[in-house]
Design a protein. Sequence first.
Length: 414
Amino acid sequence: MPAKPERAAKQGIFSHKSTHVQNLILELNDMADRIRRSGRKVMALHRGDPPVYFPTPQYVIDAYIKALKEGRTGYSRAQGTPELVDAVISRYKKYGIPLGEKDVIVTAGVSEALLFINNAFIDRGDRAVLLRPYYSQYMMRLTAEEGDAVMGRMLMEKDWRIDINGLRKALAKAKEGRRPKYIMITNPHNPTGTVTERRELKEIVDVANEYGLVLVSDEIYDEIVYNHHTFTSIGHVAGGVPHILLNGSSKNFDSTGFRIGFMAIPGTDRVSEAMREKFSEYALARLSVNTPAEYAVAEAISNTKEHDKAIKSMVDAIQKRVNLTVDLLEENPYLTVTRPGGAFYVFPKLDMKSLGFKDSREFTTAVLEEECVQLTGGSPFGEPDHFRIVALPPEDVLRDAIDRVNGFCERHAR
Ligand code: PLP
């Protein structure tokens, strides 16, 4: 038996840092596998993986195959093939955000960009600002560099709007210690599905300006917006404040397995210039990303006629599935639910007192055991009283799964 990570670190096998590297969203996978092996079917509502439900469009698959047939199987330009970089530049141009070739760095998913950012900015004891609830990888990558979070909040009772006053207070208090390096926002948001309003973005920019923070905006769901919401990129309002836009092919281009992300650093200031150089070095250090996938994603972005069709049909279906999920969960008196405007997650709050669970980990474990529905507890997002449901499966699957969750709550309520 290999030693457990923490024990191994103590025994001097692995670094202490390595004990933080984990994916809590998948923490029930072993249990789900055990249930499957026992012959029962598990309904997986825990992983935001669109191609499982919406096949990657054929024109993108064809472009991947073409790249392979043309022998594009070697390392590519480390910061991204010129074709993909050009495609990313035109995409942002359409948004009204001008970029040059050096402003774009292609990564192995946004996940690799998060690793680059934290490794480049954070030494032990350095700080960064996160907003709770946060996407789990942000905290994991920060703590893996032995950094600490200055925590802001989004408020469920205010439709998950950012608590700017609370954030200012947390930052004023943090003035006693090391100055935080960056502030991370997600728009549209995982796990709440909130689309950040322009007014809020402006306030965040003001805060970043005041405290000398680099703005990092993860906009990986920026085309998955519905229910009359509109997306604004932080790039539209950042002005002279140094900022990094994170995006990629996984969600908007329905190709999580390609592992293609991109960082865009549009600023003309000194910090942005330094970030471009630094992240270019990070790209060079790992040689290349997945070359044929770069060609496929270049085509996915550039063929706007095909993409517009594909994204419209996916977003229409997602809107229906998310709204159905919310409607069904609203029938459950032990949950408080908000209606998302983007992405494809629903993040209800549990009435723990009535349900008699210690936290959502205990709740999701029991739901999996008794109902064979795999959900994600709220703790990986910093909210132990919530759970996350992925509203991507077809409507009949969602109905069945949520019926089971609602029945489970009825049975356990006291
Ligand atoms: N950022 C957010 C907010 C996510 O929800 C996810 C995946 O679910 C990622 C990043 C990971 O993206 P990628 O597949 O590009 O690594």
